[in-house]
Ligand binder design. Structure first.
Ligand code: BJW
Ligand code: ZN
Length: 237
């Protein structure tokens, strides 16, 4: 199936890629729903919400501080690098990620549409001041703004809208690409997962790269089963 995927790549004029936590797994960043995806006894759905933050900001920040410390220690893997190289050699290329870790940027991807924000950004819950804060570990948990109010992670939680400009760029890419590559996402979280059938309905070829089947595998014309860090470098070689 790799030769077929390479053929599709060579025939594509407009390429869009959607990535999820699986692309960072080989760097050592735990996925959300796989083995090791749990933190203490909590599921992401119990921590990544405004309700959880309102109830227990310290607990939610401990989770983010743990993840930030972990991400700060790891490096991009060959999967991230292959996508950066693909951007360099493709006339029209859009990288859309659900990841908040910043590893695509560190691998050299120049333009990344981050649908779920960044774990390195923080925002005040009162005055809405937003800044980059990459200190690990954070000196104070939960952190506070200069105005005295609580600061929250600059990510998109369940029930919150995605950043409008990033979402519009992602939708445009899905609807106008001729090849849509989906890498390392369980395709369970919407509206990001909706980009996959959207691209298919608009006529794009779909390649899925994942260790396992997902609810949207049926939409993919080609399903490559295995590790993103092994398959992506083969595709672009
Ligand atoms: C490998 C690998 C290797 C492993 N190589 N592969 C329609 C239907 C149903 C529900 C909804 C719907 N529309 C909206 C909803 C509600 C909700 C939702 O989707 N719920 C479902 C879970 C049921 N969505 C939302 O609430 C979204 N907002 C919204 O819709 O707003 C509407 C609105 C409009 C106007 C006003 C107000 C509201 C927001 C969703 C935000 C998601 N946030 C999180 C946390 C981000 C911050 C953080 O990181 O802490 O985003 S949740 C978490 O899931 C994170 C991820 O980006 C996201 C997706 O996870 P991902 O990347 O797919 O990871 P995993 O772990 O699930 O999968 C990993 C995969 O990799 C697996 O398949 C492995 O096999 C594979 N893998 N190793 C290749 N080496
Ligand atoms: Zn403030």
């Amino acid at each position: 199936m790799i030769p077929q995927a390479k053929q599709w790549l060579s025939e594509a004029r407009r390429i869009a890629v959607l990535t999820g936590a699986g692309v960072s797994a080989e760097s050592g960043v735990p996925t959300f729903r796989g083995p090791g995806g749990l933190w203490r006894t909590y599921r992401p759905e119990e921590l990544a919400t405004q309700g959880a933050f309102a109830r227990d900001p310290k607990l939610v920040w401990e989770w983010y501080d743990w993840r930030r410390s972990l991400i700060a220690r790891v490096d991009p893997n060959p999967g991230h690098s292959a996508l950066a190289a693909l951007e360099d050699r493709s006339p029209e290329f859009t990288l859309i990620t659900q990841n908040v870790d910043g590893l695509h940027e560190r691998a050299g991807s120049r333009r990344v549409h981050r649908l779920h924000g960044s774990i390195w950004r923080v925002r005040c819950t009162e005055c809405c001041a937003e800044t980059t804060d990459d200190r690990v570990p954070l000196p104070e948990i939960p952190p506070r703004c200069g105005c005295g109010a609580l600061v929250r992670p600059g990510v998109v939680w369940f029930g919150e809208p995605l950043p409008a400009t990033e979402w519009m760029a992602a939708e445009r890419a899905a609807k106008t690409c001729d090849l849509f590559i989906v890498v390392g996402t369980s395709a369970q979280v919407y509206p990001a997962a909706a980009l996959i059938p959207m691209a298919a309905q608009a006529g794009a070829r779909i390649i899925e790269i994942n260790m396992e089947d997902t609810p949207l595998s049926g939409v993919a014309g080609l399903s490559l089963r295995g590790k993103a860090g092994e398959i992506l470098p083969q595709l672009i070689s």
